[in-house]
Design a protein. Sequence first.
Length: 224
Amino acid sequence: MTGSIRWGSQEMVGAAPAVWHPIRRERVGMIFQDPLTSLNPTMRVGRQVAESIPRERDGADRAARMRAVHEFLRQAGLENAERIATSFPHELSGGMRQRVLIAIAIAKLPALIVADEPTTALDATVQQRVLRTLDETVSNLRTSLILISHDLAVVAGMTDRIYVMYAGHVVEEGPTERVLQEPQHAYTRALLRSVRSLTDEDTELYSIPSSLRRELTAEVTRAS
């Protein structure tokens, strides 16, 4: 790995496991794109949420931990928290499983949540509800969110700042509104044109031409 990842004043690239582990365990929550493969199929949902709660927060009091589990499930938009806590992942719908991942992520009260394509496997209606829940949860916790997505509509509604990547390299970054309305890089402009060709009825479907892909690949190679 090259580059720099900083957590406060701490450089994380090359840091020892003793530095990484407390931050990953206590300060960063992760929401994966496929909840069915991310959740343990043999473990009830409540136990999986409970494992994310730092023990020092409520000690060994099992009743207190389960009350906290139910509260985090409710914060993630799951009203029937007591029943869901006793369920296995396969007994829940896709949208409910995604909310369980949100509950697991927020249970540690993280400073940062990383959401990797959190609604890819969901239909449009469920997607909007899950995104609204995630947005409200991040706002209520006053935590930061890194949202990884190929869906520019989702990015536009959820972020303050955008980083556009091609072949693992950032090619453009800036405030969300500016990047979407006044894109500076050819790849960003091509992405936006592709989206518009899907929504404008009289526009021919656009795909990024091979000449631009070759140019972008050469640019990334030079930057490497």
